[in-house]
Design a protein around this ligand. Structure first.
Ligand SMILES: *Cc1c(COP(=O)(O)O)cnc(C)c1O
Length: 400
């Protein structure tokens, strides 16, 4: 099953009818259960990408299935002219788990990019004639819509779509660059606490703490994009909790409802008073189907101890990767179950292809990094199987 020489029927259908925005998909998947998915040929794969950190509870988890089915049969959508019990519950839950507390507020939308669009508008509301610039980081990823793309620090992604919404500058991720840039002319600083799409790159030691000091001193919003790092993945509800920093706003999406589309902007303190009625909205955002599913998934993460599991299994996976003793492994990055493997040679694509051929789904965000982001439910069996399949993939690439 390695190497696709001739185009299959589904590939030609894909090529004929899907917009050419992404490359050809790797497989046609038909079913999932726990940490496993199956393709149309009946091959089973250990899914250690989880839909890019989305399937927090794995596939077809009974809590997820029951929540979707029950809410769909009760009340799926009502528009923003009405509220619903799951929406109220999720807003209160997010205030609690983010630490935004009593003065916090949640805005609901349907994706990560939309959460960052809301955060972009929040930043604009902290503007004045003398304060208008938004600062974001080179190499950070914030989404593909125009506002979130303007924040994204990858010029090659932005250039075909210029002109971008204005007033955004990108700086290097160093404390020196922060100190040279943050002043009273800045409205917001956007930070991706671990750069997932860039290969799971962590911030320099002390970065968030210094960012918090400088932004507080100058009235600048500190906005953290926790879309990939949030909801338990890093071994804490949110990765900023690992550094003891409290932001002004956080964006959440991916793992929040275990595969049901949802996003949120959560504000803390004075940031909660910036939006006024009528300034933003989304037809689908915060509907009872999405919010009930998020409540069920977040409730299960909490009651099943999956945050502790993410920390513990993350350590085990790190030991497995180190135990390969491969000359190709240069470093192991990330926190909890968001793991990056830095490679000594640009073979990430070949390694992820070899893993797939050996029944393991991992990802190559660039030529020299692997990204591993399994569901938070993994146990001893999945860790052991990961080790066996990863060994086969490394053997295939090292031996060629
Ligand atoms: C995935 C991601 C986004 C975009 O989320 P979408 O749901 O794809 O729009 C934004 N920021 C980060 C850090 C992400 O990982």
């Amino acid at each position: 099953m390695s190497g696709v020489e001739t185009e299959t029927e589904w590939q030609s259908r894909f090529d004929s009818s899907l917009m050419r925005t992404m490359g050809m998909p790797l497989r046609l998947l038909v079913r999932g259960e726990g940490a496993y998915v199956w393709d149309d040929q009946g091959n089973r794969y250990l899914d250690f990408l989880a839909g890019i950190a989305v399937n927090s509870l794995g596939h077809a988890h009974p809590v997820f299935v029951e929540a979707v089915a029950r809410q769909a049969a009760t009340l799926a959508h009502v528009s923003n002219y009405f509220s619903t019990p799951p929406q109220l519950e999720l807003a209160e839950r997010l205030k609690r788990i983010t630490g935004a507390g009593p003065v916090g507020r949640a805005y609901f939308c349907n994706s990560g990019a939309e959460a960052n669009e809301a955060a972009f508008k929040l930043a604009r509301l902290n503007s004045s004639p003398t304060r208008s610039t938004i600062v974001a980081l080179n190499n950070a990823f914030h989404g593909r819509t125009m506002g979130s793309l303007a924040l994204t620090g990858k010029p090659a992604m932005r250039e075909p779509f210029e002109p971008m919404p204005g007033g955004v500058v990108h700086i290097d991720t160093t404390i020196e660059a922060l100190e040279a840039t943050i002043d009273d002319s800045i409205s917001a600083l956007f930070v991706e606490p671990i750069k997932g799409e860039a290969g799971v790159l962590e911030l320099p030691e002390g970065y968030l703490k210094r960012a918090r000091e400088l932004t507080e001193q100058h009235g600048v919003l500190l906005i953290l994009d926790e879309i990939q790092t949030g909801v338990g993945r890093t071994g804490a509800w949110f990765s900023y909790m690992n550094s003891g920093v409290v932001p002004d706003a956080v964006t959440v999406a991916k793992g929040m409802a275990g595969g049901f589309p949802i996003g949120s902007l959560v504000t803390f303190g004075w940031a909660s008073d910036l939006f006024s009625r009528g300034q933003h909205g989304s037809t689908f955002g915060g509907n009872p189907l999405a919010t009930a599913t998020a409540n069920a998934v977040l409730g299960e993460i909490e009651s099943a101890g999956l945050i502790e599991n993410a920390a513990r299994r993350g350590e085990q996976l790190r030991a497995v990767i180190a135990g390969l003793e491969s000359p190709l492994v240069a470093d192991i990055r990330g926190q909890g179950l968001l793991i990056g493997v830095g490679l000594s040679e640009p073979v990430a694509g070949r390694l992820s292809d070899a893993a797939l051929a050996n029944g393991l789904i991992i990802n190559a965000p660039n030529d020299s990094s692997l990204r591993i982001a399994p569901p938070l439910i993994i146990g001893d069996d999945e860790v052991r199987e990961f080790g066996l399949r990863l060994r086969l993939a490394f053997d295939a690439v090292e031996g060629s």
